[in-house]
Design a protein around this ligand. Structure first.
Ligand code: WQD
Length: 316
């Protein structure tokens, strides 16, 4: 049994991580400013600390918390996560994602917390080409969002090396699905929620962003990973961080090494939901790469984790 500070624990991914940690016998205190997080995603017996990462009180809050409840580490998910918004408001993203990470690292260290699990993203790679992308590939993000995730990773790694902390960073590919309606992603910009909404009849027809990409059916390929598999990857990472006999896991891709096209996602929803999905072919979206697929071999080797759920499960 261990106890973790979970920043962003009231978010879509954070709430799934919380659930998986508790199912595996660990505990967590959630730190969330509820700017996008929802208390209805949290079980009644979970402690919620409602504080923003940039709140000047953060160090005092964490020091007070650890005096009451010893914490084994921090799982740092809280961040702004819209790519187009990051292009429009880069400083806001640098402030919250890089500044927020620095603030969490400082406050956690001051409170004596020695382990950090950081939420990173496939966006750190930028244009990835036609091969599955492994962790040692060049990181050349194409959006401010991706830059801030990469800068956060660097800050975590350098601080961990300097101060003797144990660390890991999980680079999420395209996260989808839910464990329950209560925990679902309420965002309105990612492909899967849009397709699900179109299938239910209360959304607009899905605009497929281009059908002339250099891919088998002409639509973009992504590596979709079920949020419950992702949550289990966090549990595996937390357990590796608790094992002081192994070295820090470092940066790890969380994906399936399985390309799925936009049209294949639409077909899966039609098949699993048994309803038609109205869609139309729309222009390409600026900045979209044709193909983003993970080489997921390192995480299998280091953590023994591999995804067990496919796209059909994500669209149930
Ligand atoms: C998926 C595919 C679109 C909407 C982004 C970030 C990434 C991560 C996840 C994290 C693409 C196509 C989409 C639509 C479409 N962010 N699409 N019509 O862009 O792969 O990844 O979210 O926190 O860092 O870059 O995800 O869900 O927007 O798109 O055709 O209405 O669906 O072109 O191929 P993306 P997405």
């Amino acid at each position: 049994m261990s106890t973790w500070l979970l920043t962003g624990g009231a978010g879509y991914i954070g709430a799934h991580v919380l659930r998986a940690l508790r199912e595996a016998g660990h505990d967590a205190v959630v730190l969330d400013d509820l700017s996008t997080g929802l208390t209805e995603r949290l079980p009644d017996d979970v402690e919620l600390v409602r504080t923003g990462l940039l709140d000047p009180d953060l160090p005092a809050v964490l020091t007070g918390l650890t005096a009451r409840r010893p914490l084994d580490g921090v799982v740092h998910l809280a961040a702004k996560k819209s790519v187009p918004e990051s292009v429009a408001k880069p400083l806001y993203y640098y402030e919250h994602n890089v500044g927020g990470t620095v603030a969490v690292l400082r406050a956690a260290s001051a409170a004596g917390i020695g382990r950090v699990l950081y939420s990173s993203s496939a966006a750190v790679y930028g244009e990835t080409g036609s091969e599955p992308v492994a962790e040692e590939f060049p990181t050349l993000p194409t959006s401010p969002y991706g830059e801030t995730k990469l800068a956060g990773e660097w800050a975590v790694r350098r601080h961990a090396e300097a101060d003797g902390l144990r660390w890991a960073a999980l680079r999420y590919f395209n996260v989808a699905g839910t464990a329950s309606a209560q925990l679902a992603d309420r965002g309105a910009t990612n492909l899967l929620p849009l397709v699900m909404r179109a299938a239910s009849g209360d959304g607009d027809p899905v605009g497929v962003f281009g059908d002339d990409w250099p891919t088998p059916d002409g639509t973009c390929l992504r590596d979709y990973v079920h949020v419950e598999d992702l949550a289990e990857a966090h549990v595996a990472a937390v357990e590796a961080l608790l094992d002081d006999t192994v070295s820090s896991p470092g940066a790890l891709n969380v994906g399936r090494n399985e390309p799925t096209s936009v049209l294949e996602v639409i077909e899966a929803v039609q098949r699993v939901q048994g309803r038609p999905v109205p869609y139309r072919i729309a222009p390409r979206r600026p900045g979209d790469p044709a193909r983003v697929v993970a080489d997921a071999s390192r995480i299998a080797k280091v953590l023994g984790w591999r995804a067990s759920r496919g796209v059909d499960r994500m669209v149930m």
